[in-house]
Design a protein around this ligand. Structure first.
Ligand SMILES: CNc1ncnc2c1ncn2[C@@H]1O[C@H](COP(=O)(O)O)[C@@H](O)[C@H]1O
Ligand SMILES: [Zn+2]
Length: 332
């Protein structure tokens, strides 16, 4: 099997995908966006990344947010994104999104629209939901967490965890808030060290989330790096996102190489496949191109990723069997 074909057809696991950043141009069009809005949303993919690009990136999400301002649009957006991942042969998807209040929609309605689209999905893909706390919305974080915990109690089979995301230049990590989520049985994954912020990163590592996203600047301070090594927390690695936002200089210099060299736990993810013009298959191809991973390494990585998911034991067993069967059928 050709190498790219291998990456395409491998049953994959996606653990870090933001709903509104994952909308493709076609989906945005179906949601009523104009061509101008769509090219605005996609402009990062064409820009030369600098350190400022990450800040720019947060303006782009507005395009998708404007297209998902009522329950029906949120439902459709979720459906389209799941279909995209399914078409890229993703077998298990943890989709994350920030419950948003709009003129014609409450946060509860937002969440229920996403849950309904997940429940209605008739494709062979397992989908779970993580709800995000936006760090730049400081005034409402407590209230947002309460809504999230209530919704988890109502839909425990779908809502599995919380995420901490948003513009890392704004706001800060509040361990007590996320402890509440943990106490209510939610898994916790946190965006961590996407920019240099040693004090916050230390607090996050001490909290010991179940996974962290990005981890770009963990290596920039020996003390922080040692703390991280003690935790063994799996990293959600977003190659294209980091390069496109300019937090990593190039693919070649990406910090993933340290995880590979030291056999540290990681998984490859898309982050915002719509904004960055990527797919999970493409991320796997990039990892092979730049870090000499072979198909067997990708298969092994996917197998290990099963244990980093927030799925049930039965679902994990099912995914393991799916991967093993695929390996047998494809003789590699
Ligand atoms: C590029 N790196 C990133 N770093 C931090 N947060 C990010 C992000 N990419 C996306 N988001 C978070 O996800 C939201 C869009 O999806 P949802 O409206 O939640 O579905 C963004 O507004 C931001 O809060
Ligand atoms: Zn992210």
């Amino acid at each position: 099997m050709e190498f790219e074909q291998f990456c395409n057809f491998l049953p994959k696991i996606e653990l870090h995908a933001h709903l509104n950043g994952s909308l493709s141009a076609t989906s945005l069009q179906k949601l009523g966006c104009s061509n101008e809005e769509i090219s605005e949303y996609q402009k990062l993919a064409e820009l030369q990344a600098t350190e400022k690009t990450l800040n720019e990136c947060f303006k782009l999400f507005k395009v998708a947010h404007n297209a998902t301002k009522n329950p029906q649009a949120v439902y459709l957006a979720t459906k389209y994104v799941i279909e995209d991942f399914y078409n890229d042969n993703v077998a298990y998807l943890e989709l994350r999104t920030t419950p948003r209040e709009e003129e014609n929609m409450s946060r509860v309605e937002y969440i229920e629209s996403v849950v309904k689209a997940i429940e209605d999905c008739d494709k062979k893909i397992i989908v779970k939901l993580l709800l995000s706390i936006d760090r730049s919305n400081n005034l409402k974080v407590e209230e947002n967490m309460e809504v999230i915990i209530k919704m988890k109690e109502k839909y425990p089979h779908v809502i599995k965890g919380v995420d901490f995301s948003g513009n890392p230049y704004v706001g800060g990590f509040n361990p007590k808030l996320f402890q509440k989520a943990r106490d209510s049985g939610l898994f916790v994954t946190l965006h961590c060290a996407e920019i240099k912020n040693d004090k916050e990163v230390e607090e996050i590592l001490k909290f010991r989330p179940d996974r962290i996203g990005h981890g770009t600047f963990l290596l920039s301070n020996d003390h922080i790096w040692k703390l991280y090594l003690d935790t063994n927390i799996p990293l959600e690695c977003c190659l294209t996102s980091n390069v496109a936002c300019g937090t990593t200089k190039s693919y070649k210099e990406h910090h993933l190489q340290e995880w590979i060299k030291n056999s540290l736990p990681f998984t490859l993810c898309t982050d915002d496949k719509g904004v960055f013009g990527t797919t999970l298959s493409k991320e796997l191809v990039l990892a092979c191109q730049y870090f000499s991973l072979k198909p067997t390494d990708l298969w092994d990585m996917t197998l290990k990723t099963i244990s980093y998911t927030f799925a049930s034991d039965e679902e994990k067993t099912f995914l393991t069997t799916t991967l093993q069967d695929w390996k047998m059928k494809n003789h590699f």
